[in-house]
Design a protein around this ligand. Structure first.
Ligand code: GDP
Ligand code: MG
Length: 162
């Protein structure tokens, strides 16, 4: 069984862009419209001489149901339960109630969770990103999935936890 690294987060925070950036080639569908990716996408990923399964959980949240719609929630929790490392992705430019719900839902999984603050494209946004330490998670990584910033650091952090 390969270790599972599971990417979670509300629609439009950049999960699929991050997935593609990490995998290094196009695989998941990315789209500016929120909630466009339907199903979890998995790829085997070479990381530091080992192999892991990287999972993009595009279908975990939906515009209609939110994360507390029972079926959606059940599927989300199953994916989360199977994860060896969880990447909870947030958008540095906006923290919304749906993020807060996810943060609370995933707090019990704190030990295996890396908070990924994405869309940190430049130094101005880096300043904004420091606020996210106050959310109380041990590991916070700043990334710009779109521009490839902070990806090496994130990979090292994932490796450390495998
Ligand atoms: P998902 O719904 O969480 O899978 O988000 P997507 O990966 O589909 O990205 C949603 C939108 O955010 C797209 O328009 C992306 O181009 C954009 N995006 C993703 N990562 C970044 C980033 O690091 N910086 C900026 N500025 N935009 C990003
Ligand atoms: Mg997606």
């Amino acid at each position: 069984r390969l270790p599972r690294v599971v990417i979670v987060g509300r629609p439009n925070v950049g999960k699929s862009t991050l997935f593609n950036r990490l995998i290094g080639r196009r695989k998941a569908i990315t789209h500016p419209r929120p909630g466009v990716t339907r199903d979890a996408v998995e790829e085997t990923w070479e990381l530091g001489g080992g192999r892991v399964l990287l999972v993009d959980t595009g279908g975990i949240t939906s515009e209609r149901g939110g994360i507390f719609e029972p079926l959606v929630r059940e599927r989300a929790l199953r994916e989360v339960d199977r994860a060896d490392v969880l990447l909870l992705v947030l958008d540095v430019t906006e923290l919304v109630p749906e993020d807060e719900e996810l943060l609370e839902l995933l707090r019990p999984y704190k030990e295996r969770l890396i908070l990924v603050v994405n869309k940190v494209d430049n130094e101005a946004r880096e300043e904004m990103a420091w606020n996210f330490f106050s959310l109380g998670f041990d590991t916070v990584c700043f990334t710009s999935a779109e521009h490839g910033r902070g990806i090496d650091e994130l990979e090292q952090e994932i490796e450390r936890r495998l």
